[in-house]
Design a protein around this ligand. Structure first.
Ligand code: HEM
Length: 504
């Protein structure tokens, strides 16, 4: 009796609740789930990941590119993954990579990409901010031919001061030795001067570079900032090595020092455009006059300088380390390069960058080091700024796009025996010329390629040839070379044995 009257009283409201719930579920299905299913079905093929976190925890720590390579063998030239709430499209062959480079809607970086304590530089930014700051940096790095030749001289002077340091006994950490010198060469470009070895500012710079380059690969960015807590909870264990606790202590002096440099440049009141800070300040002044929308302020200048130091010194230093390891492993190539030095330069005169055109074996050696070491195994992440296609594959707006250089550099359609070190693959005309094919792109491609390519090429050639000209190189007795690598911001040798440079 009681139950019947209760039902009569409440049935109406339960029915209402029931109908509303069904309505809500239908609404959710039509407005959210259906488009999502449609979207997933329209994506390139790819593996399933775990709920919420996707494939990210399944990628091998410190060698994510190897897993991307493995997946390419299964899913083909373009595949998709989910990483947390991000959709990621991985491009693994040259034909599709070319399309990425050409596409203006693939020039942006993901939000939160590479944020650091030094502010937002043009490496991390997108849109007008990126374009304006990059244009200026490109101008400084490329366009001023007159200034360039004096830079080549500065590099040569730095190399002359650097060379005797190699001969002073076993070189315990070749990377740090190169980094110290490469920091000076890039300082000429950025600040207009180098540093003495015992200058505490140089030590701060090197500490900053050593520490920040080991704080993890770009893949860590998928778990940063705005991600829901649950993602962070799952992803924490897969983040790369944490920065040492004293990160802040070691590097906090840098912004202050850089601001001091900027203030000194401001005081000089020169119209000469002879280093990056001068070029930037000039632009800052022009912008003030014409009230541009993009900030050209001191904070961005400091951030750009730190990024240029990071992008410009550890890349060159690590490429040189790989080159030395491959030289030791391949004494026949060491002899070929010395043979070219003997006939083109001799053993007294300093090498010039223009000597390279007569040194095909040397250039082939450098190309092969770029290929096999694949210093940047995947490009710096890009993001699609609208729905687009790469070949026949759909790429939805806001997807992260990764070009997998490692797989392209080891693609058996492009290279014979790709896992073997063989510089002769670049020789043509019976060894008279060395040609880099378009699909070898260590500096990436298109409008957002590496602006430091020219500078890096000059440095790598001059350092390498100057070393071979003066030294025989061996491992310290009892130690051996390993080509095992680890990937953080770049792909670097896991260990470098102590090396002996003997003057010849
Ligand atoms: C062996 C040496 C180097 C290699 C292999 C290398 C490679 C690369 C690659 C692959 C990219 C990613 C481009 C992309 O988004 O697809 C890049 C970006 C960049 N590199 Fe290099 N790089 C080297 C040296 C340098 C040097 C010497 C400088 C500066 C003097 C430099 C400055 C930069 C900057 C500023 C970017 C970001 C460009 C942008 O976002 O617009 N790099 N580099």
């Amino acid at each position: 009796m009681f139950l019947t009257s209760w039902l009569v009283d409440n049935l109406g409201s339960y029915q209402l609740l029931f109908n509303a719930s069904i309505g809500l579920i239908l609404f959710w299905f039509v407005s959210y789930l259906l488009p999502k299913i449609k979207r997933v079905r329209s994506l390139p093929p790819g593996p399933w990941g775990l709920p919420f976190v996707g494939y990210l925890p399944l990628l091998q720590k410190n060698n994510e590119y190897e897993d991307l390579d493995r997946l390419a063998k299964k899913y083909g030239p373009v595949y998709s993954l989910s990483m947390g709430k991000d959709t990621v499209i991985v491009v693994n062959d040259w034909n599709h990579a070319k399309e990425v480079f050409k596409n203006d809607d693939l020039l942006a970086r993901p939000i939160g990409f590479g944020n650091n304590k030094h502010g937002v530089s043009f490496i991390q930014s997108s849109g007008a901010h990126w374009r304006d700051h990059r244009r200026l940096s490109f101008h400084v790095l490329h366009d001023l031919d007159q200034v360039r030749s004096s830079f080549d001289d500065k590099i040569k002077t730095e190399i002359q001061q650097f060379l005797p340091k190699l001969g002073k006994g076993p070189v315990k950490n070749l990377y740090k030795t190169f980094l110290s010198s490469a920091t000076n060469t890039i300082s000429f470009l950025l600040l207009g001067h180098g540093f003495e070895d015992d200058d505490p500012v140089k030590q701060t710079l090197i500490d900053t570079l050593m520490v920040s380059s080991h704080t993890g690969s770009q893949f860590g960015a998928f778990s940063s900032g705005l991600r829901p807590r649950i993602e962070r909870l799952f992803m924490k264990p897969i983040l790369k090595k944490e920065a040492p606790v004293n990160y802040h202590e070691k590097t906090k002096a840098l912004p202050k020092y850089l601001q001091n440099e900027i203030d000194q440049h401001k005081k000089k009141q020169t119209t000469d455009f002879d280093d990056y800070i001068h070029g930037y300040l000039q632009e800052q002044k022009n912008r003030k006059d014409s009230s541009g929308n993009v900030p050209f302020d001191d904070e961005t200048l400091r951030a750009n300088i730190v990024s240029l130091y990071q992008a410009g010194s550890e890349t060159v230093s690590t490429t040189l380390v790989w080159a030395i390891l491959y030289l030791i492993q391949n004494p026949d190539y060491y002899e070929k390069i010395r043979g070219e030095i003997a006939s083109v330069i001799g053993f007294e005169r300093l090498p010039e960058y223009s000597d390279r055109v007569k040194m095909p074996s040397t250039m082939s050696f450098i190309f092969e080091v770029h290929r096999i070491a694949s210093l940047v195994p995947v490009n710096l992440f890009r993001v699609a700024t609208r729905d687009l296609k790469i070949g026949n594959f759909n790429v939805p707006k806001d997807s992260t796009v990764i070009v997998n250089f490692w797989t392209i550099n080891h693609d058996t359609f492009l290279w014979i025996k790709p896992y073997e070190f063989d510089p002769t693959r670049f020789l043509v005309d019976h060894g008279a010329k060395s040609v880099k094919p378009p699909f070898l792109t260590p500096f990436s491609g298109g409008e957002r390629n590496c602006p430091g390519e020219g500078f890096a090429n000059v440095e790598i050639f001059l350092y390498l040839v100057s070393i071979v000209q003066k030294y025989k190189i061996e491992c310290e007795p009892g130690s051996t070379i390993s080509f095992e690598a680890e990937y953080d911001s770049i792909r670097r040798p896991k260990s470098i044995p102590p090396l002996i440079f003997t003057k010849i």
